[in-house]
Design a protein around this ligand. Sequence first.
Ligand SMILES: [Zn+2]
Length: 365
Amino acid sequence: MIPLGYLWLIPVFVVGAAVGSFLNVCIHRLPLEKSLLWPGSRCVSCLEPIRWYDNLPLLSWWLLRGRCRTCGARFSVRYFLVELLTAAGFAALFHLVVLENVHRFELLSRQQWSIHERGEVPWEAWVVVGHHALLFSLLVVTSFCDLDHREIPLSVTGWGTVAGLAFAIACPWPWPHTVSEALAGMPQGLPWWLLSPTVGPRFGLYPWPVWGPLPDWLSPGDPWTTGLATGLAGLLVGSILVRSIRFLFSVGLGVEALGLGDADILMMAGAFLGWQPAVIAFFLAVFPAVVLGIGQLIVRGEHAVPFGPSLAVGILGAMLGWAWIAPAVQVLFFNGLLLLVLALLSGTFLFLSGLGLGLMRKMRE
Ligand SMILES: [Zn+2]
């Protein structure tokens, strides 16, 4: 018999498909600043309202073979693909967080057996899945808006940032752990960057607090100090990182390398995850961006690639892979002096190489 925990994947997939159907509406209407609620879904050719039984997620597109029932106009396969992507994404998030426990939550490893065999999922795990699913949904919308219009609606990233801050206050580090669970086995009074990689603080929903060890004016687990500080630092660092790299590129290369929409996406992700995963997400995003860029160059001969979808991949990678990333970066992220030196060096390097490239470009002209 299938362990009951795995049966949850089915309702989670169905909810994801329904959410995906709503995301399709967001992707098509928000860039045009149209209302999400009125009018109801209708065919863009004959304007006939689409009846509920023709608007079933995943199924209707196939039952109608991608055509309008009234006038026969074609509906893009994209509608179906966005629903499938969202449904599969939700199921994957549930699988990784609850069944695989990628965040290594003490709470979930204690209850492994009852989760897997009896399907008893603690409410805290649903909160974590909900948090991840909300960020995932927001990233699906920003990615497709970026692909379609090269523009990311501020209504999505703005409200997304507000939602992220609400999570930061409601679930401050080390939630869902208690403070004593989170700090168990850690030597007292030692700066966290000196810890050996195997002895880190426990990850919460926000994997790390804003700084470690926490300064005296922040008490762990307190929503209005630790929670708010973690969310605010995340949104500031995310936004400033993209904006400063964009500035350095435009000074040096004279090209618009990144959009302000990209800064807003990382601002939102920072509010959802804290500043350390936001920084890693940016660097992870470079790999898919380079692959997509080369692909685009071969297939279409175009240079510019929207960065939004790559950024989404980087954000999800940092969110789900933190248990593997953290040991390698805790020596850097809890060391203020090293961070400062590194930021100054890489800033200078980018600026000088940008200037150099700009000069070479001018000499060739
Ligand atoms: Zn029609």
